[in-house]
Design a protein around this ligand. Structure first.
Ligand code: OSB
Ligand code: MG
Length: 370
């Protein structure tokens, strides 16, 4: 099968409230939405990339150029018999995994529609609901943080992640832990510390956290392996695990006890599933991270999170936690027990609101085979 038409759109959608981490602050998403068409069937995907290269080395502009000049021309030339053919079509192009990922997700959605199968079923999902929590950005002071966390708990979320940075780590975590002694709580540093901060990070041990996510540099598995024996709380890697090879290296080096899987960071589902399976074989739990996706990327994340070794709650909150209005007409809502229901309809299950998508589109390009 050859894809007949590709459309990519840069979109901007404002968040319900700004999102701040140790390395950046954003007011909304600057993602790329991909549409594929073949013979009356449509597949949608999302590249959930940062406007600036502050999370990983890519940004919206680099993804746009890579998709336009390299990835889409390769995809249009490829005779696809399954989504597993996509990584091969992109193999010559080094890195640029976020740029690749949205195209791969769209191919999965397309095959789901053609074959009448849900994305979760195609990926090997076994759950009908996935456990989720909320990632809470850095706030202006601790009182505000306690209010924000309290609101999410009132909404029904049962796991909270706090973004931390030097000067906003021990005290905010202590305040949340003192107010909610039994809350499932974890922290994420987005690569802001160094190995010299090991003793400081060990001060977090007293708060009974599920994990400390990516304390050290984004490309440094080696120093994480040195940190692990110095901290009692499990270390979880996010940014450092960009492929199944990186996951294997981290597991062999004992650089982490838990891995956060974001299929976008890894270039798509094919390699993300390898990480899931590898971790399962090592008895290492994984959980599904998030990139503040629109309803399209969110639906495909929920599909992947239905695989069996996703045993900790994911950063996949309901659409309303991120946006007042989303580009889908069937947003996820939070179930009792802090879960989202896995769609069973063909593909990822997102129903795209094409009129609103047009409204939030900043730029678009169309491609057909030469
Ligand atoms: O490090 O997990 C992260 C958002 C953008 C980039 C990186 C991260 C995050 C989040 C938000 O923590 C997770 C979400 O709710 O989508
Ligand atoms: Mg993270």
């Amino acid at each position: 099968m050859h894809i007949e038409r590709v459309e990519i759109r840069r979109v901007y959608m404002p968040y319900v409230s700004p999102f701040e981490t140790s390395g950046w602050r954003e007011e909304g998403i600057h993602h790329i939405i991909i549409r594929l068409d073949v013979d009356g069937a449509t597949g949608w995907g999302e590249t959930p990339i940062g406007r600036n290269p502050f999370y990983n080395e890519e940004n919206t502009d680099t993804c746009w150029i890579l998709q336009r000049d390299y990835l889409i021309p390769s995809l249009l030339q490829t005779d696809l018999s399954s989504p597993y053919d996509v990584p091969g079509a992109f193999a010559k192009i080094r890195g640029n995994r976020m740029a690749k990922s949205g195209l791969e997700f769209a191919v999965w959605d397309l095959f789901g529609h053609i074959e009448g199968r849900s994305m979760a079923a195609m990926l090997g999902g076994t759950r009908s609901e996935v456990a989720v929590g909320v990632s809470v950005g850095i706030q202006k002071d601790i009182d505000t943080l306690l209010d924000v966390v309290g609101e999410y708990l009132d909404d029904g979320y049962r796991r909270i992640k706090l973004k931390i940075k030097p000067g906003w780590d021990i005290e905010p975590t202590r305040a949340v832990r003192e107010k909610w002694p039994d809350l499932a709580l974890q922290v994420d540093a987005n690569s802001i510390y160094t190995l010299g901060d090991a003793e400081h990070l060990a001060e977090l041990d007293e708060f009974n956290l599920l994990l400390i996510e990516q304390p050290l540099p984004h490309d440094d598995i080696f120093d994480h392996a040195k940190l692990v024996p110095q901290v009692n709380t499990p270390i979880c890697l996010d940014e450092s695990i960009v492929s199944s090879d990186h996951a294997r290296w981290a597991l062999e080096m004992n650089a982490c006890g838990i891995i956060n899987i974001k299929p976008s960071r890894i270039g798509g589902f094919v390699d993300a599933i390898r990480i899931h399976d590898l971790c399962q074989a090592h008895n290492v739990p994984v959980w599904h991270g998030g990139m503040l996706e629109s309803g399209i990327g969110r639906a495909s994340n929920v599909a992947l999170a239905s695989l069996p070794n996703f045993s900790l709650p994911g950063d996949i909150s309901a659409n309303s936690r991120y946006f007042h209005r989303d580009i889908v007409t069937n947003p996820f809502t939070l179930n009792e027990g802090s879960t989202l229901t896995v769609p069973t309809t063909p593909g990822c299950g997102a129903i795209v609101d094409e009129a609103y998508l047009e409204e939030v589109t900043v730029d678009k390009l169309e491609f057909r085979p030469q």
